[in-house]
Design a binder for this molecule. Structure first.
Ligand code: PMP
Length: 411
């Protein structure tokens, strides 16, 4: 029996009823970029703006109190969702995964890194992590090294053990690769990091939406994710950090709300997590992201993981039927997430996506913000189909038919 009742789930997502182009039923397979939003989450915005819109933390009046409570409790909810027992003090709301990484790179990296220090990343990092640490390393004189990705699309853990040494201050690793689909052994990387007194920052943008995540079981020092990839809204993301590290770190952005006492000469910082949330925050978005967590938990994160694995396996098998298709990343299995990147010999990925669009199939074509990895794979771009809770095998069949059309058109 199917772990998720997909027929019923689809009813929660009004956008899935859309017809596009020549009045064709939309097949949305671009979930690694952004997932769709269920009514339960959309309704939070209406409730908020109709019912209790007000600035948080500073008001004595009713609306401000209601907004403050909902916003603060949303932090507790997201902390719980990723397994952080410290509650709101360990959960900072940011704009997205990218900002979460930048927050630590600026607030910690600029102050703590210097010549002779090492940052160890993986060859499959998203630009959000790769470019950020690369540039902060340049500014501080630190070196960046990259853990090799092997032929199967997995990390070479012997190489990881070589690179992560006593000079290493930070390990940055993507939990689930948005290009290869690889689920990385981040707990093992955390152990290597901690054995060398380094921190580990895990990029969970593709993991939090698709599988049970427990930051404490991983022993991550920092862990980032985005609302818009987990059935939540755009404009909001999360940064988990261990309380003792967040307490020691300098702030990232300065301004209102993040202070306790200000004089003309100096300022002191607010308690966690508000020390890292300067100015008016993403109030409606944060509350809506908590609703998304509720929605996903109700479906069951382990059910979601199984569903993703099944769809990835089906897509992988169907794409494997063709000799002229190259698939990137590991064989299907528990260490592969719900996305498949591939190339069709005769057709450029962008043309393929464009022909798919004629059949109302939404996929991604490009470098998926992993240019160096694509260089390593020897291609400039790839096509990527990525799945979520509402996708079906029948939609993958439509994808395969559209690939047939493309092949015919270009042969
Ligand atoms: N990391 C990974 C693995 C991603 O897939 C993405 C989104 N493509 C990001 C980081 C960046 O997320 P955002 O654009 O929400 O900051």
């Amino acid at each position: 029996s199917a772990p998720l009742d997909v027929e019923r789930i689809r009813e929660d997502f009004p956008i899935l009823q859309r017809r596009v182009g020549d009045d064709v039923q939309l097949v949305y397979l671009d979930n690694a970029a952004t997932t769709q939003t269920p009514n339960q989450v959309i309704d939070v915005f209406g409730d908020y703006y109709r019912g209790y819109n007000a600035n948080v933390h500073r008001g004595i009046h009713h609306l401000s109190q209601e907004a403050s409570i909902a916003y603060e409790e949303a932090h507790d909810r997201l902390a719980e969702f990723v397994g952080a027992s410290g509650g709101r003090e360990e959960m900072i709301f940011t704009k997205n995964t990218t900002e979460s990484i930048n927050l630590v790179a600026y607030a910690w990296g600029l102050n703590e890194l210097g010549p002779g220090d090492r940052v160890v990343l993986t060859e499959m990092e998203h630009h959000a992590s790769l470019v950020t640490w690369q540039q902060i390393a340049k500014r501080t004189g630190a070196d960046v090294e990259y853990i090799r990705v092997d032929e199967d699309g997995r990390l070479d853990m012997d190489h990881a053990a070589e690179l992560i040494d006593e000079d290493t201050q930070m390990v940055g690793a993507v939990h689930v690769s948005n290009t290869l689909g690889t689920v990385n052994p981040v707990a093992d990387l955390a152990e290597l990091a901690h054995d060398n007194d380094a921190y580990i920052f895990v990029d969970g943008a593709q993991a939090v939406p698709t599988r049970p995540v427990d930051v404490e079981a991983i022993d991550a020092d920092f862990y980032a994710f985005s609302g818009h990839k987990m059935a939540g809204p755009t404009g909001v993301g999360g940064l988990y950090g261990k309380k003792e590290i967040l307490e020691d770190m300098e702030p990232f952005l300065y301004g209102g709300d993040m202070i306790t006492k200000v004089t003309y000469e100096d300022s002191t910082w607010n308690e966690l997590p508000w020390k890292y949330e300067a100015g008016t925050p993403l109030i409606a978005e944060g509350i809506a992201m908590a609703e998304a967590a509720d929605y996903l938990d109700e479906l069951g994160m382990e059910n979601i993981r199984k569903h993703e694995q099944e769809l990835a396996e089906y897509a992988y098998d169907r794409l494997s039927e063709f000799d002229d298709i190259e698939i990137y990343g590991p064989e299907p299995g528990p260490d592969r997430g719900g996305l498949v990147s591939f190339n069709l010999d005769s057709v450029h990925a962008h043309d393929l996506a464009s022909i798919m669009n004629d059949s109302a199939v939404a996929i991604r074509a490009g470098d998926h913000c992993t240019q160096p990895l694509h260089d390593k794979l020897g291609v400039a771009a790839s096509a990527r189909a990525s799945f979520y809770v509402y996708n079906t095998r029948e939609e993958i069949d439509v994808l395969i038919d559209a690939i047939d059309d493309a092949r015919e058109l270009f042969s």
